[in-house]
Design a binder for this molecule. Structure first.
Ligand code: 48H
Length: 264
């Protein structure tokens, strides 16, 4: 078969912009393709919602790729194992209640479940701001402001573009980037005890894992926080390379948003 390079270019440009145009009015926009964001996206797409993840890096997986200290194995406790089972990710029992999984298999399989369920992942795109509107008398997040990561890294003065969403999930991990930006740029209060970001605490895995799930909730109208960002937002501990809380947080945020979207 003769191969025309321009057809290849046209195929990529046409297909990419079909994918992008179908993401301009999302049910749920997710910032960060770590374990919590990937799990949330999979569970929401399974229910038929229009979902996209925006990930700054070229790679997906966030902090899960590297396991603990780049030894690319993750640990999942009993409570989170069923999510790996459901995704078809093999686990090995290490001790009662502790299971290991290959970090590469876990990341690629979660991403595969998500994209095959219909999630659109836009890697190399950074969310640099949110869009606010007054809806029913209160300020609400109604969209995201997105730029190309290479533009951000090069410090080029190029304006971003905007995508609307009914709900936004900040699953940006320790840095809590979306919520930090919301607070820095606007005179608004979060649904936290102080109205501000409470800040992440040091290592205490058992408490941190329980809190990750409790802290996964709406933190501002239209904006949910999930994964490590949930503990950074509500002032809880870190947990190191145990990932059950991240997966369970992804499932919880998907359930909470589904309740809102389906008026349950
Ligand atoms: C686009 C962005 C932006 C932005 C950041 O850190 P993550 O893996 O997030 P979680 O919460 O799903 O998982 C946390 C886990 O990996 C972890 O770090 C743990 C368990 N730590 C415990 C401990 O004690 O240290 O992924 C977040 C993703 C990353 O891929 C970022 O590149 C991405 O979000 N991101 N993407 N626009 N503004 N900010």
């Amino acid at each position: 078969m003769a191969i025309d390079e321009v057809v290849i270019t046209e195929a990529i440009a046409t297909t990419f912009f079909e994918k992008f145009r179908s993401s301009l009015n999302l049910d749920v926009a997710i910032v960060g393709a770590g374990p919590s964001g990937l799990t949330a996206s999979w569970k929401l797409a399974e229910k038929g919602y229009n979902v996209a993840i925006f990930e700054r890096k070229l790679s997906i997986g966030g902090g899960m790729w590297g396991g603990g200290m780049m030894w690319n194995i993750i640990v999942v406790q009993e409570e989170g194992k069923h999510i790996l089972d459901e995704a078809g990710i093999p686990t090995k029992k290490f001790k009662e209640g502790y299971y290991t999984a290959d970090a590469i298999t876990a990341t690629t399989t979660l991403a595969s479940k998500a994209t095959l369920a219909g999630v659109k992942i836009f890697n190399c795109m950074s969310v640099e701001d949110v869009m606010l509107r007054v809806v029913d008398g209160e300020k609400r997040v109604t969209g995201i402001v997105v730029n190309s990561s290479p533009i951000e890294i090069a410090g080029l003065h190029v304006d971003p573009v905007v995508i609307k969403c009914k709900f936004l999930i900040d699953s940006t991990g320790h840095d809590l980037e979306v919520i930090n930006t919301l607070i820095r740029k606007n005179d608004v209060r979060l649904l936290t005890p102080s109205g501000k970001i409470e800040g992440e605490k040091s290592m205490w895995a058992e408490i941190a894992e329980a809190h990750t799930i409790e802290n996964t909730k709406e933190v501002f109208p239209g904006l949910y926080v999930a994964g490590m960002a949930a503990n950074a937002c509500f002032g809880s501990y870190r947990m190191g390379p145990i990932f059950g809380g991240m997966l369970l947080s992804g499932v919880k945020v998907a359930e909470e948003i589904h309740k809102k979207l389906s008026n349950k």
